[in-house]
Design a protein around this ligand. Structure first.
Ligand code: DCP
Ligand code: MG
Ligand code: MG
Length: 527
């Protein structure tokens, strides 16, 4: 497509799409600097100041900024990295436990600022702090950190988002300060009116910095990305489809004929991707669900005997159960994954799952503890039975990987949620036990609902009616029902968003067959 051809379509789409843009929210995206490397340096301070690479197999998955200054890059082969930087210190990063632990601590700190925290991978989180913004501050806030296109930043948006984003930058700074003072970890933050822009802008000044994007500059930020591939969520498969359509710049994507895009990608994706190219992303910050399964795998050269399998499974079970214990929910299913090596030297993965009863020995209200000797035996026997379903032990065989994963956790509010906002609001089972007070920062302004434009408020209310269970008790709010297990009084005081989240959790207890979302949708909705 020639540049000159873009004119008419571009302005048509641009006006149509931009007119639908709203800047009501303040979203912060936090990404930890050289995550695995920082965890290693925190645990072993003698590594600080030295160029450090974290290896998995023969790849440097990440490296600290000292190593980056000497030419080492993320995902470089160890050979190349050592050629670039012979003094590179290498630490093994194959056991993810310590990174997961740190990730969990980061999540908890961020949750003390707002319950709306969505995890993206181990070192990134989106936080929606819209409810915390002071609607009529006595003193106009000043930005903390960088501003994208500072020279143009005098232009304020009529909707008032400029001041809201400035205040957001102060909260982002507080979050980063707390991560540093409590965990010793540095991070980058992006502050913008949606998730896409917050993520993109946060990456413009690294490491240990933060950047705010005022809404008037969002189109310029998008144009600065140049290639559609640089939009988070557009992977290589989508990129190939776009290239077939002749779309190889952000501007061409903005100007593309929507009908042609729909034909090639389907209506939902076509619309979404064109909106993203204009920096528009209406996806919500979705409170991170707890994992549906917890497990680990271990690869090795080869194992040829059942005794060895049993030994490996025992080690693996120790590791996995530690994670399950930490999570606190009791699993009812166990899955074994096996990678078999065939004579032709190709390998095949197979998995088998079965129910397992681990209630004996764990009183139902007590926190999940370590497995007793009997329970461990029971799990290993179950796993060995599954193994025999995958591998014919009467013939010779070789396996190169074993994995254990637990699932079938009780869903919803009754399970002792560690990360979920439910933990703040669940009724205490013991009469004298008081609820932990919701954190100061966790309190919401209920008037949020009143301040929404009429049509949106109506939509939210309709949405909530659909989610209401059919029965209600006299103690509960006139407008909304209260989910089981939540103190109605506490529930009534919650802002509509949290009420909605809790009600949605309640609704989700019923198994619903959902269609697997495409990559793009998944990127913006899930961890
Ligand atoms: N990681 C990985 N394999 C990948 C990408 C990442 O194992 N293909 C791990 C190592 C990183 C962590 O995930 O430390 C976070 O990924 P980031 O892309 O955020 O990279 P870093 O945090 O290491 O560096 P940066 O400072 O650029 O964010
Ligand atoms: Mg990072
Ligand atoms: Mg990251």
């Amino acid at each position: 497509m020639e540049e000159e051809d873009l004119g008419d379509d571009f302005s048509y789409n641009s006006v149509a799409i931009q007119s639908s843009e709203k800047h009501e929210r303040v979203i912060i995206h936090i990404d930890i600097d050289c995550f695995y490397a920082q965890v290693e340096m925190i645990q072993n301070p003698s590594l600080c100041g030295k160029p450090l690479g974290i290896k998995q197999k023969n790849i440097v998955v990440t490296c600290n900024y000292e190593a980056r200054a000497l030419g080492v890059e993320k995902l470089m082969s160890i050979k190349t990295a050592l050629e670039k930087c012979p003094s590179l210190v290498l630490a093994n990063g194959e056991d993810l436990k310590k990174y997961r632990d740190m990730s969990e601590k980061i999540y908890q700190i961020l949750q003390s600022f707002s319950p709306f925290v969505e995890k993206l991978g181990l070192d990134e989180n989106f936080i929606d702090i819209s409810h915390k913004i002071n609607k009529s501050p006595e003193i106009k806030p000043e930005v903390s950190g960088h501003i994208f296109e500072e020279k143009n930043s005098g232009e304020t948006c009529a909707c008032g988002c400029t001041d809201r984003l400035k205040e957001g930058s102060i909260i982002a700074q507080e979050m980063r300060n707390q991560l540093k003072s409590e965990l010793g970890i540095t991070s980058c933050a992006g502050i913008a009116c949606n998730k896409l822009l917050a993520k993109l802008i946060g990456a413009t000044h690294k490491p240990n910095q933060q950047t705010t994007l005022f809404s008037a500059s969002s189109l310029n930020l998008m144009k600065s990305l140049k290639h559609p591939r640089n939009i988070p969520g557009i992977g290589s498969a989508m990129n190939r489809k776009l290239e077939v359509l002749g779309i190889d710049t952000i501007e061409k994507l903005q100007a593309a004929d929507l009908f042609k895009l729909v034909e090639a990608l389907g209506a939902k994706t076509a619309n979404q991707i064109q909106q993203l190219s204009f920096g528009i992303d209406n996806s919500r910050v979705k409170i991170t669900d707890r994992p549906k399964s917890i497990g680990a795998e271990d690869g090795f050269p080869t194992i040829k005997s059942e005794t060895e399998v049993r030994k490996k499974l025992k080690c693996l079970l120790d590791r996995v159960w530690e994670l399950v214990e930490k999570d606190g929910r009791r699993p009812s299913q166990v899955k074994l994954t096996v990678r078999k090596l065939h004579a032709t030297n190709h390998s095949v993965r197979e998995a088998r799952q079965t129910a397992i009863d681990l209630t004996t020995g764990f009183p139902s209200n007590a926190p999940l503890g370590p497995l007793s000797e009997n329970q461990e035996k029971k799990v290993i026997t179950t796993l060995m039975n599954l193994f025999e379903k995958v591998v014919n032990c009467d013939e010779s065989w070789q396996v190169t990987l074993l994995g254990i994963s637990f699932s079938g956790f009780p869903s919803g509010i009754e399970s002792p949620a560690k990360n979920s906002i439910n933990k703040y609001f669940t009724c205490s089972s013991r009469p004298n036990e008081t609820l932990p007070p919701p954190t100061k920062r966790g309190r919401f302004d209920e008037s949020v609902l009143q301040e929404l434009p009429d049509d949106i408020r109506q939509e939210v209310l309709e949405d909530m009616k659909c989610q209401m269970p059919s029965s209600s008790t006299s103690q509960q709010s006139a407008d909304f029902d209260c989910p089981k297990g939540v103190d109605p009084q506490v529930f009534r005081e919650l802002p509509v968003e949290i009420q909605k989240e809790l009600l949605a959790g309640e609704k989700n207890k019923k198994p619903i067959a959902t269609k697997k979302p495409n990559n793009l949708l998944q990127y913006f909705r899930k961890v």
